[in-house]
Each structure stands twice: as structure tokens, then as C-alpha cells.
Design a protein around this ligand. Structure first.
Ligand code: IMP
Ligand code: MG
Length: 188
């Protein structure tokens, strides 16, 4: 038998962004990104940040009628059941040979900004012709609002959220809505 995990003790709270609002926002956001991409001979390189961005990226790219390659980047910043950033480190190799390419980093949420700052610095060093970031969610904290990010799906209050790719202790990524999570099981 497994002992009850942190995820099992957690309680789901209110819906912050519904699946319907997310679905409606995807084509709008994709249009903004396609306009930024512009014309070019080479394929655009889309870099979804694993694991949280997998659902957002899958939704977004299907509204982007441009020639693209999709190369995953895996970083770790919230190991296990922690809810505050513990520092960013790459897991495995990061995308390479981005010189002269149009590169879009896609992440689930902009919170402390450490993940995006780390990846932008890594990729900028490879001299892409264009480099931008798209996030599904951005917390309305001064640090998140002050972090460079060209494309934002939704601004949300500073709460710990799960769903639409975002997890707590590895769980809840499959929820269609973005919801507040109470780690210690407080009432919703
Ligand atoms: P940042 O580096 O603090 O901006 O956060 C980046 C990563 O932390 C995101 O890609 C998420 O995986 C995770 N994260 C930040 N805030 C939350 C949250 O509210 N819920 C779940 N994961 C989060
Ligand atoms: Mg993540």
C-alpha cells in the first residue's frame, strides 16, 4: 500500500480560468504569434517547456498554420510537492542549433520568472533571429509582470493553481479548467 501522497491530501478550490475560456483564447493568441513570426524560409522552432506546457502547446500549435519544428525542453524547478521555486536546472539536453532561427518558448505559467529567464539566456546565446515567449498564465505579481514575455493567455491572481498541464506533486495536470489548489486540504 502507498501512504497518502501530498496530492491525495490536497483540495481543489475555485475555477480561475474555465476550459471554455481557454479554448476561446487559443486562436486569438495563435494569430498574435503568427503575426510576430512573419515571413521566413526556415521552419519556426517551438520549444514547449516540459512537463507543464504540453497541453497548452498542443492546443496552441494546432491554431498556427506555419511550418514548424517542435523541440521539447525539460527543466525542473518545483521538485515533488514544493510550491515555491527551488531554482531552475535543465534535465537532459536543451534544444541546440537555434542560430538564425525564429524561436518561440512555450510555458504553462510565468511565476517567479526564473524558468523563462534561464531559457531565454540559454537560447539567446545561440543567436536566434527572433526569440519570444508565450505562456498560458501569468501571475499578477510585480516580479512576473516585470519579466519579459511577449504573449500571455491570461493574467491570474497570485495563487497556486493546477489543471490544463499544471501540477501539484505530479497530479492534476489533466483537469480541463485552471483551478486554485489548497495543499493541506483547506475547504474550497
Ligand atoms: P517560475 O520559474 O517561477 O516562473 O515558474 C515556472 C514553473 O513553475 C512553471 O512552468 C510551473 O511548472 C511551475 N509553477 C509556477 N507556479 C505554479 C502554480 O501556481 N501551479 C503549478 N505550477 C506552478
Ligand atoms: Mg513547468
Amino acid at each position: 500500500m502507498h501512504a497518502a501522497s501530498p496530492a491525495a491530501r490536497a483540495a481543489l478550490g475555485r475555477v480561475l480560468v474555465s476550459a471554455e475560456r481557454i479554448a476561446a483564447r487559443m486562436p486569438e493568441l495563435a494569430r498574435e504569434i503568427v503575426a510576430w513570426v512573419g515571413d521566413g524560409e526556415d521552419e519556426v522552432v517551438i520549444v514547449p517547456v516540459m512537463t507543464g506546457a504540453f497541453i497548452f502547446a498542443a492546443d496552441l500549435v494546432r491554431h498556427m498554420p506555419v511550418r514548424m519544428r517542435i523541440t521539447l525542453a525539460t527543466v525542473s524547478s518545483y521538485p515533488g510537492a514544493s510550491t515555491t521555486s527551488q531554482g531552475v536546472r535543465p534535465v537532459g539536453n536543451l534544444p541546440a542549433r537555434l542560430d538564425g532561427r525564429r524561436v518561440l518558448i512555450v510555458d504553462d505559467i510565468l511565476d517567479s520568472g526564473k524558468t523563462l529567464a534561464f531559457l531565454r539566456k540559454e537560447f539567446a546565446g545561440q543567436r536566434p533571429s527572433k526569440l519570444a515567449t508565450a505562456v498560458l498564465l501569468r501571475k499578477t505579481t510585480p516580479v512576473a509582470m516585470g519579466t519579459p514575455c511577449e504573449f500571455v493567455g491570461f493574467d491570474i491572481p497570485d495563487e497556486f493553481v493546477v489543471g490544463c498541464g499544471l501540477d501539484y506533486d505530479g497530479c492534476f495536470r489533466n483537469l480541463p479548467d485552471v483551478r486554485v489548489l489548497h495543499p493541506e486540504g483547506a475547504p474550497a
